[in-house]
Design a binder for this molecule. Sequence first.
Ligand SMILES: Nc1ncnc2c1ncn2[C@@H]1O[C@H](COP(=O)(O)OP(=O)(O)OP(=O)(O)O)[C@@H](O)[C@H]1O
Length: 214
Amino acid sequence: MKRIEFKGVLPDIFSCNDGIKSDVWRGDALFEKGRLYLVEADSGRGKSTFCSYVMGYRRDYTGQVLFDGREARGLKVEEWSEVRRRHVACLFQELRLFPELTAYENVEVKNRLTGCKNREEILRWFDMLRIPDKVDSPVGRMSFGQQQRVAMMRALAQPFDFILADEPISHLDDANARLMGELLTDEARRRGAGVIVTSIGRRIDLDYDKVYCL
Ligand SMILES: Nc1ncnc2c1ncn2[C@@H]1O[C@H](COP(=O)(O)OP(=O)(O)OP(=O)(O)O)[C@@H](O)[C@H]1O
């Protein structure tokens, strides 16, 4: 997948709001493979909604979301599985980890679907993100900031053309946020992928090609 486009998209929940000012809602927003994007907005402006539309979990909108010119709305269930398995990775704001599984198992559950990374590579990520001691700890007993790092590794443990990260550093200090940014851009660069990060204000410090205000 090379391009994701939002054309005149408006969430149904905002349909009564005529005065909406946004670079994305009711507008034209283009996301290209290989580039870095920030989607920035205050709380409640629809960052998670935007991610749900790209991932196909919700379709309560008017307008068009296009993948390489094809309407996402028209994709069949199997095609959505393929999009999520090979083309668009996502780190959800609410993480969606399995609390009873260990940190490593959470990453491996995703990795096993495509065999994208080997154990050594995954353990190297744990080192990079400074939680090597948490590899075998159940995620339910980790802090939210530690869980965010596990969720980032899990998002990266698949092939992708785009990676979406919904407020990925909300519980991280500056040093750890920087490490997350480095890992994210390193992996995206290796795969020639596009990166779309959402932020409520404190942004992950990347060399963005474009910033959209939602
Ligand atoms: N599953 C849903 N179905 C319908 N409307 C929803 C759903 N989830 C959220 N909304 C509504 O959409 C609007 C935007 O919510 P959303 O969670 O996308 O905002 P956000 O920018 O991610 O907020 P925050 O920064 O607080 O996480 C809100 O008015 C919310 O009530």
